[in-house]
Design a protein around this ligand. Sequence first.
Ligand SMILES: *Cc1c(COP(=O)(O)O)cnc(C)c1O
Length: 396
Amino acid sequence: MSDTKNNNYGFDTLAVRAGHNRTNEGEHSEPIFTTSSYVFDSAAHAAARFSGDEPGNIYSRFTNPTVRIFEQRLAALEGGERCVATSSGMSAILATCLGVLKAGDHIVSSRAIFGTTVVLFNNTLARFGVDTTFVPLTDLAAWEAAIKPETKLLFLETPSNPVTEIADIQALAKLARANNCLLVVDNCFCTPALQQPLALGADIVIHSATKYLDGQGRCIGGAVVGSEELVGGDIYGVVRTGGPSMSPFNAWVFLKGLETLSLRMEAHSSRAQILAEWLQGQDAVVQVNYPGLKSHPQHQLASSQQSGFGGVLSFEVKGGQEAAWKVIDNTRLVSITANLGDTKTTITHPATTTHGRVDPQARLEAGVTDGLIRIAVGLEDIADIQADLGRGLNSL
Ligand SMILES: *Cc1c(COP(=O)(O)O)cnc(C)c1O
C-alpha cells in the first residue's frame, strides 16, 4: 500500500500490505534487493549517511529495503513500534540479551523453553557473568521469589513446549514492571495472528521466523519487536555491529509467509482441535495436552489471552517409551522430526530427543513422561493424520 505508515488497517490487511512502498518500477510484489552496499551521490552525501545526519542505506548488515519491509510488516502485526530482523530465532534472543544485559545481571526464565535457549542462558551467557534462574511457567509465586535486585529480564514462551502450559502474560508483565524488569515473550508458537504479547504488557517479543512466519519449512530467520527505544536502540545496535542480520531473500520468503499467516494459523488450530478431541477418545491414550480442550487446566486463560489455540499438542500413551516409539514408528505420512510450524505434520518423542539431555527428575516435573508424544499439526487432511496415528495406537 502507498499508505504503509498507516497501521489502523485490520490484521489481515497489514499482513498482506504493510511495509511495502512501491519503487518507480511499480512492482506489485515486494522486490528482493540483493545488494550488499549502497551508492552515494557525492563524498559529502556519503559523510552525511555515515554520520547519521541523513537517514538511509549504507550497507546491508545495517539496513536492506527487503528486510525493512519484513520488519515494518511484523512490527505492525505485533503492534510494536520497531522490529529488527535477525538471521535466526536464536540470534534474536542473543541480540536481545546482549542489547539489554551486562555482566552481573540476572534472568528469571520459564524452565519450559526451547532447549537451545536453555543452553544459551546456562552455557554462553553464564560465561559473561549473566546468570539465570529457571522457574515453573505457571507458578507466579516462584517467579516472584526468584527475582533479585540484579534481575533485569523475565523470559518465557506460551503455550509451553511440549505440554502446552499457559503463562499469564498480564500478571507477569505486572510483576516485571513492579521490579523494574523487562518481560520478554518468545511468541513463536502463537504468532501475532493468535496472541499479541505487547498488548498484554510484555516489553519485547521474540520470533523464530523459521517456524510459522515462514510456515513452509524453507528458511531460518528471527526477529525482535518492541519499542523504538529498546529495539531500535541497543538491540538494533548489537545486530548492526555483531552481524546476525537477515538475508533479503529470506526476508522475502517470510513476507510471503506473513501474507497467509492468519489463514494458516486458523487451519493449524482447527485441525489440532479435531485431532486433540479424537485422541481423547482413543483407548491407548491416557492424557491429551491442548489448550483448546475444555479439560485443559488453563483453557479459560488461553481463551482470554489467545484468539486461537495453535497447532501444537502432545499426548501420553499407555506403556511408556516402548508404546510411544511404536506409535511413531507405525506412521507412514507424518514426518519424524522435531521441527514445527510447517505445512507438513511432524511427530516427536520429547523424552529421548528434545528433552533427552534433561535430568530425568526435572523431565518428569516438566510433564515430559516416557509415553509422551508431541505433534505439530500441519495442513494435510486431518483424516489422513488420524489414520496414520490410529495404526500405531490400535496396535497397543
Ligand atoms: C525454533 C525455536 C527457536 C529458535 O529459532 P531458530 O530459528 O531455530 O534459531 C526459539 N524459540 C522457539 C520457541 C523455537 O521453536
